[in-house]
Design a protein around this ligand. Structure first.
Ligand SMILES: Nc1ncnc2c1ncn2[C@@H]1O[C@H](COP(=O)(O)OP(=O)(O)OP(=O)(O)O)[C@@H](O)[C@H]1O
Length: 280
């Protein structure tokens, strides 16, 4: 959607790359690639957390990253918007392409990148500020010169929270329920008009009703945004994602395909064993 936005600068623009044809597990109907990793290796000191991962993630779809604890899902997710830059011992080799550019190129501004690739974390983390200011925060930092209140309303509507909070925009975001706080964080992530939303286990700290609302919301978000979600919940991955990437121990991407294929007829025995609960 923001390909056409007037505030998109050349540096930030997303030049979507054509999906390689002939790839055995690629459905042409998926459209263009939003994010691609090429020969990605990630290390924490001497420990390798991602092992030579290449993947093309389609735009405006939900892609789930699943796999046992410690297999590198969160590390991979954090590579996409350079959140791993914050970790001193972390070293990244290879490319992550977004907008036809490697996000690790020297001239990429990580702050601008994170406006285009927003992130939502496991535990809702609103700022100790009003609901309005939580959503407006990123807009103010980027010097947004449009109508902030209108953008706040639009973002809260986009996060399916507006009806619940429209009469209390000056109340603290911390006074909301856990599920509402998480939707507030989603509103905060979509306010700067991103193209990709990364979600790291966004429902695992929520009760089932709140989690179900976020799942419905993710489905709606994928009409406008590319959603990449780490989840431990395989039913959730099966319910909400179009594509599923299975990481296994050692940071290897073992299988990546349409979600139905992964859950019904995976190619790899190790994937079948993981999905049927034989390990992990
Ligand atoms: N900040 C860090 N410093 C050092 N090692 C780390 C750091 N973060 C992750 N690791 C290591 O990298 C590997 C991958 O971790 P990561 O959190 O990416 O896996 P994960 O699949 O997301 O795990 P989980 O499902 O438990 O969240 C693990 O061995 C972990 O111990």
């Amino acid at each position: 959607m923001s390909n056409t936005s007037s505030d998109t600068t050349e540096d930030e623009s997303l030049i979507t790359t054509e999906v390689e044809t002939g790839s055995a597990n690629w459905s042409p109907a998926l459209g263009e690639t939003a994010v691609a990793a090429r020969d990605l290796n990630v290390f924490y000191g001497d420990e390798q957390a991602i092992d030579d991962v290449s993947i093309e993630i389609p735009e405006k779809r939900v892609t789930a990253l699943i796999g046992p604890s410690g297999c590198g899902k969160s590390t991979f997710l954090r590579c996409i918007n350079r959140m791993n830059d914050m970790i001193d011992v972390c070293r990244v080799e290879g490319d992550v392409e977004f907008g036809g550019k490697n996000v690790y190129d020297a001239d990429v501004d990580p702050v601008a990148l994170r406006r285009k690739i927003g992130m939502v974390f496991q535990k809702p983390n609103p700022f100790p500020k009003s609901i309005r200011d939580n959503v407006a925060y990123g807009l103010k930092i980027q010097g947004y010169d449009g109508d902030v209140d209108a953008r706040v309303e639009e973002s809260l509507k986009g996060a399916a929270l507006w009806d619940e909070v429209k009469d209390q925009l000056d109340s603290s975001g911390l006074d909301l329920s856990g599920g509402q706080q998480q939707r507030l964080c989603i509103a905060r992530a979509i306010a700067p008009d991103p193209e990709v939303i990364l979600m790291d286990e966004p429902t695992s700290a929520l009760d089932p009703v709140a989690a179900s609302k976020i799942e419905d919301l993710i489905d709606d978000l994928a009409e406008e945004y590319t959603v990449i979600i780490v989840t431990h919940n395989m039913q959730q991955a099966a319910r909400i994602s179009d594509r599923t990437a299975v990481f296994l121990t050692g940071g290897q991407l073992v299988e990546y395909d349409d979600t139905a294929k992964i859950f019904e007829d995976p190619e790899e025995q190790r994937v079948e064993d993981y999905i049927t609960g034989k390990f992990g």
